[in-house]
Design a protein around this ligand. Structure first.
Ligand SMILES: Cc1cc2nc3c(=O)[nH]c(=O)nc-3n(C[C@H](O)[C@H](O)[C@H](O)COP(=O)(O)O)c2cc1C
Length: 446
């Protein structure tokens, strides 16, 4: 049997492209429309996507007001766990992955929320673990500046350990609910974590039963050395930002190679590069639609997004026709984004204006357009090269391009045997082919 891809559908209200909300086939007020999300989730499930993925941050995006007032992404939208709880009730099989940061909350709160979502959805929850590196986020949590990169990752690692420890608070069969004897749970099936570490002191137990999946699926997207190390230890899916096969493959081999040190099987991690797709009936029609979308990018927005993606570097002293100057990554920079943008600029000798347009559109993710055949060819090429296990598909505008991907590209992938026609299981773990982790106290009761 041909190996099959895993696919996540990335939902940003109006789409991933910075000008998405201005496209005639987008829905400009999608950020407050639950019916829009319900329709998008149902379409993704009909197409058999592994999961829906919601990105998030802890502030309304800050940039020059002339630019931010012309954008929709990360400005004002639903809180992801709240939204996924609603979507759990109108879907049956599709995974529900939310981004949640380890920087400004406590592991107890987060463990409880994801355990609840996993129960509510019947084992379909995923947690995209991120650290918060934006100054605008720090300002909302009583801090004058962001934590240093290494400090954020140190906290993130201990955070993840505590969360998983709390998910093991109860044995899978602790709740006996014996009406005859009056025993609700077996005291031997309840465990206090008693964690005392550098960042957290947490007694437990968690006031939620063990999640149906044991642990909700752990997702990550770090590109830095610390991010890769954390992914090798904990992640079961990664959203990566690479723009070409050699860089993606080097990342894939590097992260999977680090897993042995943690006694993990590389097959238990699915690496899914972000992929923005404009598909149409023909290559020419897709190019036309892509050009329309790019023409909707306001010039202020291009330069501002480039500057944000590089970690808040001020590009205003340079002319738009200058080449990118020599830059040092700042503390807020995403290393993955920073490195791939700088290497694209050098490789293709792009001016700041050209780079701005490139980055503003798909915001640094791989962006392709064409007929379903051309899109499937590219996806197949990456997959066959061992550069990924599938993709995180970023519809540039929604509903239009999400529906088109579901109706045009998915059948093409299915025809080639590269994607499922039916879900394999009921939980996200089963569909991703991941084992269910046993509780750390399993088998210790008499
Ligand atoms: C497809 C994709 C989606 C991401 N979504 C989020 C997100 O929702 N919130 C966030 O804070 N970071 C997001 N990131 C960024 C990463 O999670 C990570 O925080 C960032 O790359 C910085 O980590 P690093 O310093 O290890 O590179 C995303 C990255 C990719 C490639």
């Amino acid at each position: 049997m041909t190996a099959q891809m895993k696919l996540a559908a990335y939902f940003n209200p109006t789409g991933h492209h910075v000008a998405s909300w201005r496209h005639p086939r987008a829905m400009a007020d999608a950020n407050v429309s639950i019916s829009h999300y319900v329709e998008m989730a149902r379409a993704a499930e009909r197409a058999k996507f592994d999961m829906i993925f919601l990105a998030d941050g802890n502030s309304s995006r800050e940039a020059h007001i002339d630019a931010v007032s012309r954008s929709v992404q990360f400005v004002a939208h639903f809180e992801p766990l709240t939204l996924l709880s609603a979507l759990a009730m109108v879907t049956k099989n599709i995974g529900l992955t939310a981004t949640a940061s380890t920087t400004y909350q406590e592991p107890y709160n987060l463990a409880r929320k994801f355990a609840s979502l996993d129960h509510i959805s019947g084992g379909r929850a995923g947690w995209n673990l991120v650290t918060s590196g934006q100054p605008a986020e720090a300002a909302n949590f009583g801090r004058d500046g962001v934590l240093a990169h290494a400090e954020r990752y140190g906290r993130a690692r201990e955070f993840a350990q505590v969360v998983q420890g709390l998910w093991d608070s109860w044995d899978d069969d602790a709740f006996v609910r014996d009406i005859q004897s009056g025993l609700y749970f077996d005291p031997a099936g309840r465990h206090c974590l008693d964690h005392k570490g550098k960042h957290f002191k947490v007694r437990g137990p968690l006031n939620a039963p063990r999640p149906p999946q044991g642990y909700p699926v752990m997702v990550q997207a770090g590109g830095s050395d610390e991010g890769r190390q954390l992914a090798a230890e904990f992640a079961e899916a990664i959203f990566s930002p690479h723009l070409n096969i050699p860089e993606a493959k080097a990342y894939y081999d590097d992260v999977k190679g680090r897993m042995a040190a943690y006694g993990r099987d590389p097959g238990h991690l699915k690496i899914l590069p972000g992929l923005s797709v404009v598909v149409a009936e023909s290559d020419d029609k897709a190019a036309e639609d892509f050009n329309l979308l790019q023409s909707l990018i306001h010039p202020m927005v291009g330069r501002e997004i480039l500057s944000t993606m590089l970690g808040g570097i001020d590009l205003s002293p340079y002319s738009p026709d200058d080449q990118l100057p020599d830059l040092q990554a700042t503390v807020s920079a995403s290393r993955g984004h920073f490195d791939s943008i700088v290497s694209m600029a050098r490789r293709e000798k792009l001016t700041i204006r050209q780079l701005g347009e490139r980055c503003a559109g798909a915001r640094g993710k791989l962006s392709i357009h064409g007929s379903a055949k051309r899109i499937a060819d590219t996806m197949e090429e990456w997959f066959a090269a061992g550069a990924c296990d599938g993709f995180c598909v970023l519809p540039p505008y929604m509903p239009g391009q999400h529906i088109d991907f579901c109706e045009m590209v998915i059948p093409e992938l299915q025809k080639r045997g590269l994607f499922r026609r039916e879900y394999e299981g009921a939980t996200l773990r089963e569909n991703l082919g991941l084992p269910r982790p046993a509780g750390r106290y399993a088998g210790m009761r008499g």
